[in-house]
Ligand binder design. Structure first.
Ligand code: G6P
Length: 606
């Protein structure tokens, strides 16, 4: 994900900005840039690729300013090329940004109509022109930013500097973390305290909705309503940490909240959003000739693969065989040559998945791996690697890796469907548009977490919880149950809703919460009937749906509304409420959320 730094220094800051950016490299990035106030005007240097390219650029064309901002960009809107690298700027203002400005298309149209010219494909540039426009109309920098922030929708962190203002930087936080570092006559800003560790350990974290006017000898923080607020200075131990939780209590919470941004990033790697097409890497085989796909994985990655099966069979009409890797590796499955074998693994090191990969390779399969760690063994032994680009996932219970795995599998299904002639241009555009909207829907759900705290009271008292889903959302029921048991230690099982009466219904009584994942899709009425069977036996129903609660036709213990989305993308969207349910329940139970008992993040034994 993008990294932000800023320095109000007492000497030229460009080198220190690079130093701070280097400490954010772990987040992943594909271009970088810095801007400073040079004798009253703004100057920037940007470069594609690694920071050393930016350093080379700076050694040839140095910057001398004492006030500057820097950025490592992880592309979400627009390709990773220099033109899209941050900082973005006008003659008045320079901006670095982490996150997504969801209403940038509307803002861009409005500002273009007013005569502003956009030089990049990014959402960020809308912020530059919005602030510039306000300043052209006589606003001070502070007033211009305040007004502009009111117009921005989405999750973001911003750092802004101004031409003619050597002692001013404005920072804003709405969804993406920001840490302000206090120096001696100097001030610092970073996406996390790790970036600032070489300069200071005295850190003020901005709260959600805060924005700050930073000068060398003063710091004023305002909340969302514009009220001046005080935030404490805390001593950071960041230098000892690998990665930082920011303002989140747990890595898992941070990773859940990163999903809109990381999914955008993943999608930008596999889609041409402008053309409405999938831009899938070459797997080294003619996709139109693939007659059989097999998928193998463990744990959460297996459930991602299960969703992939529904997608590929439905949209590409190719039969898909799927199995957990620990079973696949020993059952001597016949694999006729020429099939595509897909392995899904966050770590890329899971022993069972790796063994299955080797088995499939020996049996003449084309091996594609969907991994988060590109240097992993599974990636190295694959013919084609499909990175999920989720950034480091620290919480043992997988969240953002799951949804990014889904994003890649969705793109694979479209690519296969197109190659096999089952998806035409119009359908492809419809499905791509549906994927592009996923981050916005997830952001909307993440803005409203209170209801999960209430729901956690109910779930934390249960000794068994049942999850039901149908069709493509059945794997989400399985994943929901896995998340809950992993981190809260409450016994939970997911079932296909239609299977309920073949056994699990015997478990239902008034003590058992039943979580029903039921989007208003073609199977909705059938799932609702199953839900009523549960209600008739006194089960406490938790309905997760975009349909109104009154469609349930029975008493609900809780109702989690979900935005309306294309049925194709529902698994990505419904994954988030089940993650939040498990997270808040575990927090209430006081378990070790990030490192639950007995579990490991990377399972390299059988
Ligand atoms: C462990 C982790 C799970 C993960 C599974 C597969 O059980 O706790 O979160 O889903 O391994 O890991 P992989 O790295 O292959 O996705």
């Amino acid at each position: 994900m993008c990294g932000i730094v800023g320095i109000l220094g007492s000497k030229p800051v460009a080198i220190d900005l690079i130093d701070a950016l280097r400490r954010l490299e772990y987040r992943g990035y594909d271009s970088a840039g810095v801007a400073t106030v040079e004798n009253g005007h703004l100057e920037r240097r940007r470069a594609e690729g690694k920071l050393r390219n930016l350093e080379t650029r700076l050694s040839k064309e140095p910057l001398e300013g004492h006030t500057g901002i820097g950025h490592t960009r992880w592309a979400t809107h627009g390709k990773p090329i220099e033109r899209n690298a941050h900082p973005h700027m006008s003659d008045k203002v320079s901006v670095v940004h982490n996150g997504i400005i969801e209403n940038y298309r509307d803002l861009k149209a409005e500002l273009t109509a007013k005569g502003h010219t956009f030089a990049s494909d990014t959402d960020t540039e809308a912020v530059v022109h919005l602030i510039t426009d306000a300043m052209q109309h006589g606003c001070t920098p502070v007033e211009a930013v305040r007004r502009s922030l009111d117009r921005l929708a989405g999750a973001f962190a911003l750092a802004i500097i101004f031409a003619g203002h050597d002692d001013l930087m404005i920072a804003a936080r709405q969804g993406s973390p920001l840490a302000i570092g206090h120096g001696d006559g100097e001030m610092y800003l970073g996406s996390d305290a790790i970036a600032l560790a070489p300069f200071t350990d005295r850190i003020t974290y901005l709260d959600e909705g805060d924005w700050a006017v930073i000068k060398r000898r003063s710091l004023e923080i305002y909340d969302r309503s514009g009220k001046r607020v005080e935030r404490p200075i805390v001593k950071s131990a960041a230098s000892a940490l690998l990665v930082d939780k920011g303002n989140h209590r747990h890595f898992m919470a941070k990773e859940i909240h990163e999903q809109p941004e990381v999914i955008s990033h993943t999608l930008s790697n596999y889609l041409d959003m402008g053309e409405g097409r999938v831009n899938f890497p070459d797997l080294g085989v003619d996709l139109s000739q693939i007659l059989r796909v097999s998928i193998s994985a463990c744990g959460t990655a297996y459930y991602a693969g299960l969703v992939g099966k529904y997608w590929i069979e439905r949209y590409a009409r190719i039969p898909v065989e799927i199995d957990v890797a620990s079973e696949f590796r020993y059952r001597e499955a016949p694999m006729s040559p020429g099939g595509l074998a897909v392995f899904v693994s966050q770590s890329g090191e899971t022993a069972d998945t790796l063994a299955t990969l080797r088995y499939a390779k020996e049996h003449g399969q084309r091996i594609a791996s969907i991994v988060n760690v590109r240097t992993s063994t599974i990636a190295r032994e694959s013919h084609a690697v499909l990175p999920i680009l989720a950034g480091p996932e620290i919480g043992v219970a997988s969240t953002k890796a799951f949804t990014c795995q889904l994003a890649v599998l969705a793109c694979l299904a479209i690519a296969l469907g197109r190659a096999r002639g089952h998806i035409d241009t119009a359908k492809e555009r419809e499905l791509v548009q549906a994927l592009v909207e996923v981050p916005r829907h997830i952001s909307a759900m993440l803005r409203d977490e209170d209801k999960y705290v209430d729901l956690a009271h109910t779930l934390s008292k249960a000794s068994d919880v049942i999850y039901l889903g149908r069709g493509i959302n059945y794997p989400i029921a399985l994943e929901g149950a896995l998340k809950l048991k992993e981190i809260s230690y409450i016994h939970a099982e997911g079932y296909a809703a239609g299977e309920l009466k073949h056994g699990p219904i015997a478990l239902i009584d008034e003590k058992v919460p039943v979580v029903v994942v039921t989007p208003a899709d073609e199977l909705f009425d059938k799932t609702i009937s199953n839900m009523q069977e549960v209600a008739a036996r006194g089960g406490q129903i938790v309905m997760i749906s975009n349909a109104d609660a009154d469609h349930a036709g029975c008493k609900l213990a809780a109702y989690i509304p979900v935005p309306d989305a294309h049925p194709f993308t529902n698994p990505l969207i419904y994954a988030v409420p089940v993650q939040l349910m498990a997270y808040h329940t575990a927090v209430q139970m006081g378990t070790d959320v990030d490192q639950p008992r007995n579990l490991a993040k990377s399972v390299t034994v059988e």
